[in-house]
Design a protein around this ligand. Sequence first.
Ligand code: HAM
Length: 433
Amino acid sequence: MQAKALPGFRDFYPADLALRAHILHTWRAVASRYGFEEYDGPPLEPLELYTAKSGAEIVGQLYNFTDKGGREVALRPEMTPTLARMVAARANGLKKPIRWFALPQLFRYERQQRGRLREHFQLNCDLIGEPGPLADAELIALAVDVMRAFGLGPGDIKVRLSDRRVLRTLLLASGVTDQQLPAAFQAVDKIERAERRALAEPLAAAGMTAGTIDGVFAAAALRGLPAVEAALARAPGGEETGRPLRRVVEALGAMGLGEFVEVDLTIVRGLAYYTGTVFELFDAGRTLRAICGGGRYDGLLEALGGVDLPAIGFGMGDVVLAELLRERGLVPADVSSIDVFVAAISEQDVPEVLALAHELRDAGLRVEYALTTQAVGKQLRLADARNARAALVIGPDDRARGQVMLKDLRGQGQEPVDRTQVVERLARMAAVV
Ligand code: HAM
């Protein structure tokens, strides 16, 4: 029998789960601030949901199999196709724009590497039914505000922002044909990870001249809105095409988030369905992989559900984010602790321990007691190990007087408290934390 978890899958020990809970809690809180509602779908889906539109990269990473009913199925590698199907099925009844978020666990059979596992949790936020650039800016602002809620600022993370329509216009202007566009997009997408020579080869094989290939690299090298707009001014229809990108940058500036944003046309995104604005969030030092990626996908609901609705969204994974939070010391201190430990001096005190512990739990306090008869010293050591704020020690003498001994485990003092007062007294103490 294999004793270890599968490669790329995580065991979450309580301290790991505390960080995961912190991440999911923060994701939910910020998404709610933007008026997003939570939804979910099945973790297992028909295989063709992904083969239809997600693109070769993700299809190559699917966990898929034939189920006992002979259906071709896959564990969900991303949430967007499920969302598109769900929205398309009820499109008429839903008030637009639709603002939905989900926190799915996703599965991809990827080569395991730093920041990439075979399962991860992903915040998905999508805005459906609004084609304009303010929707794009709203989504990007949400992603940035999630980062800010974790304590990360513009010195820690950057949004790299592009627009596939802009890149397309610049590529066509440098002589790339419609048929050659997919090859050119792929080369730009890989520009940071491969040598120029290796990237130029397939472009030449697709029939591009040396001058056109230079044009592809020149477009990818543009940084910042002014440089992109200058290049667009020389391309047919360029000014018009550049307008949404400018509006997105301006809107983010008006929100006070301008410092986070860098226009960078090398952001293309691996998924096939994006049609306009695309963006990724990275740590500012760029030592880690992308924390978040998304963009506009105006054709996907039509393709998967026959409903023509524009959409924009992003996915933010927990793996790189957790690494960044650890690196920056932004993981909250271990909060695993209890409020009260109830100890018994003798075996005859145990029924009173059980009664009092139960009353305290009913009052909402976190309570533990020893499950076997043991010396008081040993019980108090367990209370310490549990980080308890207080201990209640119940003994025959105090019981006879209708009292229990309250020990302050953070301050060391102790005092007898009337049995009738003890729940209220401790509830007050726990509320002051
Ligand atoms: P994606 O770029 O494939 O986009 O994934 C988004 C984020 O999920 C990545 O930036 C990364 O943080 C995380 N992620 C992806 N794969 C892994 C992995 N194997 N291990 C750890 N983390 C990973 C999408 O999935 C799109 N469906 C997002 C979207 C939503 N677009 C529109 N709406």
